[in-house]
Design a protein around this ligand. Structure first.
Ligand SMILES: Nc1ncnc2c1ncn2[C@@H]1O[C@H](COP(=O)(O)OP(=O)(O)O)[C@@H](O)[C@H]1O
Ligand code: SF4
Ligand SMILES: [Mg+2]
Length: 344
């Protein structure tokens, strides 16, 4: 079988030194196949962005330190690869867009100039040809009147249009993998949906692999093929989207489902109340013993505080890191929500 497009294998990253050391990634593993959308879901601080930055080769080291694991692109090991190789892969093979398009764009250059730069410097095109390609790229991301807008500055674009421009820039060199790190968080709900739809269409048209990073399951519900759920620097559950909704195996996944208002899609009755997960994620310099989720888990018993549940296969392509994963998966989403159990 061909290697996956991208494979992250037991990735470990720390920040800081001595007693201040924070284990930010504690063995993260996921993969993305060609043409597939993987959603990486988890609360803020769970390590989603650090994983993506390590994949892209843009993690700041120091203060970050990669202490173990592998990142393979089409089977090629990237950790430890020469910096020139990583630079070449960035843009050509893998690209990333960020939540804040305004700070990612340079305010003093036109949007068109910034897109055209890539064609000039990495494709050796003339200024004029590169600008013509920039117009095509703005067209591709459905920006109306692209030939005019290409001459405008980032501040003349709305938030949604800026994010489209960022997508155009990231796709200029035709990457096989696009990582979108909370690309719609700063946008209003209607624009969020439009950007998600655009990313989904572009992925299909270009056969790209897409990693959608989000803290909001509602945003990715309709476009994700598979979902990897992160907690405290680990993947705690990973499976195809349909199984995740029908058979969530980890109480944390269930908690995330209960805290978003997409009742119809997520298998709960219409009008089911929102129930945020109680408590906060642990400090990464003091991760609890046993299951890192146990202080917030209504189902925790003795074994949960003693033994770390490994991420293990509980069904075809369904992996979960909970001692009772099989039982929870079998019960499906009708099992009482975490907070109902707590309040009994
Ligand atoms: N440059 C940095 N220096 C120190 N700690 C960092 C740095 N970048 C990220 N972290 C820590 O790593 C953890 C994971 O961060 P991140 O991957 O950005 O989370 P997420 O994207 O899931 O919200 C956080 O606790 C954060 O404080
Ligand atoms: S292992 Fe225990 S504490 Fe952790 S999620 Fe499962 S039931 Fe909850
Ligand atoms: Mg992040």
């Amino acid at each position: 079988m061909a290697a996956p497009l991208l494979e992250v294998d037991d990735l470990r990253v720390e920040f800081g030194t001595g007693p201040e050391t924070a284990s930010v990634l504690n063995g993260v593993s996921y993969h993305v196949d060609e043409g597939e959308t993987l959603a990486v879901l988890g609360e803020s601080g769970s390590g989603k962005s650090v994983t993506a930055q390590t994949v892209m080769g843009i993690l700041d080291t120091p203060p970050g330190r990669i202490t173990g694991g592998a990142v393979r692109f089409r089977g090629e090991e990237l950790l430890g690869a020469a910096p020139e190789r990583r630079r070449l892969l960035r843009g050509e093979s893998m690209a990333m867009i960020f939540q804040d398009a305004l700070s990612a764009l340079n305010p003093v250059y036109t949007v068109g100039f910034q897109i055209a730069e890539q064609f000039r410097f990495r494709r050796g095109m003339s200024r004029r040809d590169a600008m013509a390609r920039a117009v095509e790229m703005l067209d591709l991301v459905r920006i109306p009147s692209a030939a005019q807008r290409v001459k405008e500055y980032p501040h003349q674009f709305s938030g949604g249009m800026r994010q489209r421009a960022m997508i155009a820039m990231s796709l200029a060199l035709d990457p096989e993998l696009l990582i979108a790190d909370e690309p719609t968080t700063a946008l209003d709900v209607t624009v969020q949906a439009q950007i998600m739809e655009l990313l989904d269409e572009l992925r299909r048209e270009r056969g790209m692999g897409l990693i959608l990073i989000t803290h909001d399951l509602g945003v990715v519900a309709e476009v994700a093929d598979r979902i990897a759920v992160m907690y405290a620097g680990r993947i705690v559950e990973q499976t195809d989207a349909a199984s995740l909704y029908a058979h969530p195996a980890h109480p944390y996944t269930r908690g995330l489902m209960d805290s978003v208002p997409r009742v119809d899609d997520l298998g709960r009755g219409a009008g089911a109340p929102l129930r945020p997960i109680p408590g906060l994620p642990p400090s990464l310099s003091a991760i609890p013993n046993g299951c890192p989720f146990h202080p917030r888990c209504a189902y925790a018993v003795d074994v949960c505080t003693d033994e770390v549940p490994p991420l293990r296969e509980i069904g075809a392509g369904h992996r979960a890191a909970c001692h009772f994963a099989e039982r929870f998966a079998a019960e499906g989403p009708d099992r009482p929500a975490t907070q109902e159990v707590i309040s009994r």
